[in-house]
Design a protein around this ligand. Structure first.
Ligand code: NAP
Length: 296
């Protein structure tokens, strides 16, 4: 990329990265990733692509044809893309969902950086190693699946999955248990209370508390958690959810969703370009974009 004054201009040798999803206009990734690429002085651009579920196959074929170096994959294509890539990294294979594709000279490899993004956030920001920990995840959707499998292969003590629809919690817990040999149990969200005193790490993966429903939260009495428990919320808008406010008021350490969002993007950049991503720049851009959205 060539700089004309303050402008960065594309040239014939500018590399292309991007994200596919439906919808895509709300994605924070273009702002976050382009800021990172600029800070690193790399001749790459990161582009949002609106791809309907009818055109996933063509989009992935197009990635090869156009020489797009890397793609992030967001809702609803994380499962569908697996049919069109050449190889899947083992944890992504266990999860059954891919959010990052690397184009290695026409050979496409799929990864799940949501999973390792959460793990890095837990270790680096909450200073908590999951090994030996008793973990409870609220929700049994796509993120619970990614985080659950990643933690299940991280030598944890056991995993409880609590969900509004109990049958989904039981199905996910059984699947994780069978594939990883981790001790798991699936329960209804209304049964959560009795598991709180034996939880070291509590993770919300439901949208409860997310903008605009900022006054909602999962049914958690934070006073029932051990004093050393850490409370995590993967919702990042707002940065501090009602659940995290209540946990902090009980004196518990908390982990907001911003870190997972930034680290999943950083992990993708590491895979594609073998660089050390500027985490502080990426966090600052996400904070700024969320502030802008609050105003609009
Ligand atoms: N920080 C990050 O990087 C990051 C990454 C991905 C997602 N997220 C956030 O994570 C959240 C979930 O994403 P997802 O992709 O996992 O969604 P998903 O696949 O749609 O799963 C949503 C889960 O939440 C439960 N749920 C939904 N509404 C609920 C309610 N009113 N009360 C109780 N439970 C409810 C659903 O339960 P049922 O099975 O009963 O429907 C389901 O288990 C979103 O807010 C998203 O923004 C953050």
């Amino acid at each position: 990329m060539v700089a004309y004054g303050d402008e960065r201009c594309l040239t014939g040798s500018t590399g292309v990265l991007g994200v596919i999803g439906d919808p895509i206009a709300h994605s924070l990734s273009p702002a976050m990733q382009n800021a990172a690429l600029e800070a690193l002085g790399l001749d790459y651009v990161y582009v949002p692509f609106h791809v309907s579920p009818l055109h996933v196959k063509e989009a992935i074929a197009g990635m090869k044809a156009l020489g797009i170096r890397g793609l992030n994959v967001t809702i609803p294509h994380k499962v569908a893309v697996i049919d069109y890539i050449d190889e899947i990294e083992p944890v992504a294979g266990l999860i059954g969902a891919v959010n990052t594709i690397s184009n290695q000279g026409g050979y496409l490899v799929g990864y799940n950086t949501d999973a390792c993004g959460f793990l890095r956030s837990l270790k680096e920001e909450a200073k908590r190693d999951p090994q030996g920990q008793r973990i409870t995840i609220m929700g049994a959707g796509g993120s619970a699946r990614a985080i659950g499998f990643q933690l299940a292969v991280s030598q944890i003590e056991y995993l409880v999955i609590a969900n509004r629809t109990k049958s989904s919690a039981v199905a996910l817990a059984d699947e994780i248990g069978a594939k990883t040999k981790c001790s798991t149990v699936g329960i209804g969200l209304e049964e959560l209370e009795s598991y709180l005193p034996v939880t070291d790490i509590l993770i919300n993966t439901t949208p409860l508390g997310m903008h605009p429903q900022v006054d909602t939260m999962p049914p958690v009495d934070c006073g029932k958690l051990p004093a050393s428990a850490v409370v995590c919320d993967i919702v990042y808008n707002p940065l501090e959810t009602m659940l995290l406010k209540k946990a902090a008021a009980c004196g518990l350490p908390t982990l907001p969703g911003l870190g997972m969002l930034v680290y999943q993007g950083a992990a993708a950049l590491e895979i594609w370009l073998e660089v050390k991503p500027p985490i502080d720049v990426m966090k600052a851009v996400v904070r700024r974009e969320l502030e802008k959205r609050k105003e609009s």
